[in-house]
Design a protein around this ligand. Structure first.
Ligand code: DMJ
Length: 521
């Protein structure tokens, strides 16, 4: 057609009709889609409303306990009965703290977390294994401390939560096996004991054959509960004896050294830390008071005295304004803080109420400052997971320097502190920081066979250590879960968490002073 012959007006009107026609069709299509989507959403909402509260709760629950399911299910498949799991090799794993036999450490440590998360089939599965297999009459040398906090603590907690007698029975059987460890000239227990022969000894690496403060000083909660449940004062007497002995000793600068010789009753090396070797001793002084319904004033006094000395000599501010807890070694302060010491943020917050001279605000603030420093130690890494130990030296702040200190082994302490501070302040930053940590664990520690620690948090391509620690299920995942739950789940005025995150109830013992009278138990 000759373009010159076209009636231009007619052409334009045809083109417009066509264009607008298409646009109208498109609009109509869109409107229909919006209507359909809207209808669908309404239908879905109606469906949801038809569900019972329980069903909705279960759906939310499934989302919240996904990490636990992954850790547990893989242990169940590849490591069942072993102490821990190698998630990459997909087989069992153990270390010398659990001795040479398969004691199912992950099962016992994880029980209460499963229960709290509503994973009841898994809980029953664990219970069945314990009923059928957990046997303490084995020729195996175990760590008294680790077995106490993970096994006795875990079993007691499972008992209190579920009411199942078997857990109490097993806890008491195990405790009886630990008692020979106290047969030393001073009554300060050995670090290790053979469950069959009752022969005890100390770690070869500990200063001058010493026992460790954080080990013999972290028995009180579980042992008081054992006496309470059995009516047998023997456990109570053992831990009160340790307390009395410590009270009588001189403390350099008011600080407790980490090493004490169980033969001579003398301190070993003058090394004080709120991190490894010292940590949970201070925690248990405070928790002994809380657990006694705040009647064990002796424990509270020991805690207050210890914390004042720690604040005076070990807690400093870096040039960049970060509050950190250093370590005291032979009269000199090492400006280094371990991941383990990060639990102290939560401890300061927990101890704020009831502090001397009404310094509650001060201790809450101190707890928040430690939480901030520990968050920085995570934030200054490539993986957003914290190193085992970090320095404050010159330009270095909250960063690990030595290669051997750059690992993260799924430890809980930082998340534990976020949780306590969340409970006491409801400041949303703690949930934000906890969420960051959860995402980082998912991204870098999750493997198809479970969760693994990483060897260098500063390297963006992580190398896995191939260990799923039992405390990951007992503590890290429990504290994360609690951080995103309501305050009515395990309220802190009724429950006190042992150092392995196993909740034990406050004992309301009328007419009792837990500081001096075992007969009332
Ligand atoms: C846990 O076994 C306990 O929290 C203990 O008190 C110290 N460290 C580990 C986890 O890091």
């Amino acid at each position: 057609m000759d373009p010159m012959n076209i009636d231009t007006g007619l052409f334009i009107s045809e083109v417009l009709t066509l264009t607008f026609g298409r646009a109208r069709e498109e609009e109509e299509r869109l409107r229909n889609k919006i209507r359909a989507d809207h209808e669908k959403a309404l239908e879905e909402a109606k469906e949801k409303l038809k569900k019972s509260r329980e069903e909705i709760r279960a759906e939310i629950q499934t989302e919240k306990n996904k990490m636990m399911k992954h850790a547990w299910d893989n242990y169940r498949i590849y490591g069942w009965g072993h102490n821990e799991l190698r998630p990459i090799a997909r087989k069992g794993h153990s270390t010398n703290i659990f001795g040479s036999s398969q004691m199912g450490a992950t099962i016992v440590d994880a029980l209460d977390t499963l229960y709290i998360m509503g994973l009841l089939d898994e809980f029953r599965d664990g219970q069945k294994w314990i009923e059928d297999n957990l046997d303490f009459s084995v020729n195996s040398e175990v760590s008294v401390f680790e077995v106490n906090i993970r096994f006795i603590g875990g079993l007691l907690s499972a008992y209190y939560l579920s009411g199942e007698e078997i857990f109490k029975i097993k806890a008491v059987q195990l405790a009886e096996k630990l008692l020979p460890a106290f047969n030393t000239p001073t009554g300060i227990p050995w670090a290790m004991v053979n469950l069959k022969s009752g022969v005890g000894r100390n770690w070869g690496w500990a200063s001058a054959g010493s026992s460790i403060l954080a080990e013999f000083g972290t028995l009180h909660m579980e042992f008081v509960h054992l006496s309470y449940l059995t009516g047998d004062p023997v456990y109570y007497k053992k831990v009160m004896h340790i307390r009395k002995l410590l009270q009588k000793m001189d403390r350099p600068n008011g600080l407790y050294p980490n090493y004490l010789n169980p033969r001579t009753g003398r301190w070993g090396q003058y090394h004080t830390s709120v991190g490894g070797l010292g940590d949970s001793f201070y925690e248990y002084l405070l928790k002994a008071w809380l657990m006694s319904d705040k009647t064990d004033h002796e424990a509270r006094k020991m805690y207050d005295d210890a914390i004042e000395a720690i604040e005076k000599h070990l807690i400093k501010k870096s040039r960049g304004g970060l509050t950190f807890i250093g370590e005291w070694k032979n009269g000199h302060l090492e400006k280094k803080m371990g991941h383990l010491a990060c639990f102290a943020g939560g401890m300061f917050a927990l101890g704020a109420d009831g502090s001397r001279m009404d310094k509650a605000g001060h201790y809450l603030e101190l707890g928040a400052e430690i939480a901030h420093t520990c968050h920085e130690s995570y934030d200054r890494t490539a993986l957003k997971l914290g190193p085992e130990s970090f320095k404050f030296d010159g330009a270095v702040e909250a960063v690990a320097v030595r290669q051997a200190e750059k690992y993260y082994i799924l430890r809980p302490e930082v998340i534990e502190t976020y949780w306590y501070l969340w409970r006491f302040t409801h400041d949303p930053r703690y949930r934000r920081w906890g969420w960051e940590a959860a995402l980082a664990i998912e991204k870098y520690c999750r493997v198809s066979g479970g969760f693994s620690g990483v060897k260098d948090v500063y390297s963006s391509t992580p190398t896995h250590d191939d260990v799923q620690q039992s405390f990951f299920l007992a503590e890290t995942l429990k504290y994360l879960y609690l951080l995103f739950s309501g305050d009515d789940l395990l309220p802190l005025d009724h429950w006190v968490f042992n150092t392995e995150a196993h909740p034990l109830p406050v004992l309301h013992l009328s007419n009792t002073t837990l500081s001096g009278n075992p007969a009332v138990l």
